[in-house]
Ligand binder design. Structure first.
Ligand SMILES: Cc1cc2nc3c(=O)[nH]c(=O)nc-3n(C[C@H](O)[C@H](O)[C@H](O)COP(=O)(O)O)c2cc1C
Length: 361
């Protein structure tokens, strides 16, 4: 059996985190992941700024309500549905400067639930901040006693997060699905370098999907992995069937980087994603040189259209913008979350056990 510092820190059985994947809902996925013994996560991007940007889509995913109400409802529902297994879960919140007010609402509502509901305090054990500066949140999060992880794309950001007081950093490589950093540093280089550069424990994200990649992360010094794309293609995941099918259909060259909803993002290579990439190259080519070039309204409108079509025209995947990682090329099944986790853990255990016999002389 594999047990790491992450398991001890959060009281979870397996060192696997189900990634936050806004603006979409991961509420059902969070329940399944927590019930299966890893860390489930609530995604809140849609409950915040997403409500303004894509009102009807967000209402269809989460229902009606203010940001605070949606956060509260999600926490309470997940608490109920994970009671029997005493599952542990967390909440992901983007803290980019441009959406600071929304982050305040989301983190504020989360801390309020933790304070007022002992069962939430017992089982909602971590806030995972991402896509911004963690420093303004130190006081509020630390004084609540909840664990605090922050997602980082570079050694510089990892050291900044450590200085801000986070309990753990998540090293997020450029091969990951969804939003990635301006400057491309992939997991193989990023993860061991961050492990060397900070004292807090480190989780690897970007490119993980099975026992072999979990064993690799542990070898590189991580205490576990965060998986996004792999969890999209599971039976319980909240993502539409077409999206799951496209993940398992994708080959190893079937992702690309476009100007995403909040910076560069990796998407599956659909016909429409190629059009967005084309527009990105024509209108804001400096994005590919690692420059923060801000938003272009025309591209933002294209992205919204590509998102809407996921739900409005699910029979035409080529017309949609489907975020997903390079790792799609390694995914070929849609198991239940429990089956997935158990397979990952048994494969990783077997690989680690066999390594000495295979290689040590
Ligand atoms: C559809 C999608 C949406 C995402 N949205 C978010 C988000 O709201 N917040 C965040 O911190 N990361 C987000 N990510 C990144 C994931 O949290 C995770 O770090 C990433 O998927 C890991 O790489 P992988 O896809 O190779 O597993 C998203 C990823 C995907 C695929």
């Amino acid at each position: 059996m594999i047990k790491t510092e992450l398991c001890d820190m959060l009281g979870i059985k397996y060192p696997i985190i189900q990634a936050g994947m806004g603006p979409f809902s991961t509420n059902d996925l969070c329940v399944a992941a927590a019930n299966a013994g890893c860390l489930g996560n609530i995604s809140t991007f849609g409950m915040g700024i997403g409500q303004l940007a894509w009102p009807s889509l967000i209402e269809s995913l989460f229902g009606k309500g203010t940001t605070e109400e949606l956060v509260r409802q999600s926490i309470q529902r997940i608490k109920e549905l994970t009671r029997e297994s005493q599952g542990i879960f967390g909440i992901n919140c983007l803290v980019a400067q441009e959406i600071f007010d929304y982050a305040e609402k989301i983190i504020g509502a989360t801390l309020k639930e933790i304070k007022s509901d002992p069962e939430v305090a017992e089982r909602l054990r971590v806030i995972i901040t991402s896509a911004g500066n963690p420093a303004p949140w130190t006081e509020r999060i630390k004084e609540s006693g909840v664990k605090w992880f922050h997602v980082v794309p570079s050694v510089y950001h990892a050291q900044k997060a450590e200085k801000a007081g986070v309990d753990l950093v998540i090293a997020s490589g450029h091969e990951g699905g969804g939003h990635i950093a301006w400057n491309p540093v992939h997991t193989m280089v990023l993860l061991p370098e961050i492990v060397k550069s900070v004292k807090v424990p480190v989780i690897g994200a970007g490119g993980f999907c099975d026992g072999a990649s979990l064993a690799a992360a542990l070898s590189l010094g991580a205490v576990g992995v965060q998986m996004g794309t792999r969890f999209i293609a599971t039976k319980e995941s909240d993502f539409v069937q077409m999206w799951k099918d496209q993940v398992i259909k994708a080959g190893d060259r079937d992702s690309l980087v476009v100007r995403g909803l909040a910076g560069p993002a990796r998407a599956l290579k659909t016909k429409f994603a190629l059009e967005v990439a084309d527009a990105t190259i024509k209108k804001i080519p400096r994005i590919y040189l690692g420059e923060d070039v801000g938003i272009d309204n025309e591209i933002a409108a294209m992205e919204s259209e590509g998102l809407s079509r996921i739900y409005d025209a699910p029979d035409k995947p080529e017309d949609s913008l489907l975020f997903g990682g390079e790792v799609s090329g390694r995914i070929s099944s849609i198991p239940t979350v429990k089956e997935l986790i158990e397979e990952v853990m048994s494969e990783a255990g077997e690989i680690i056990r066999n390594l000495p016999e295979k290689f040590l002389v």
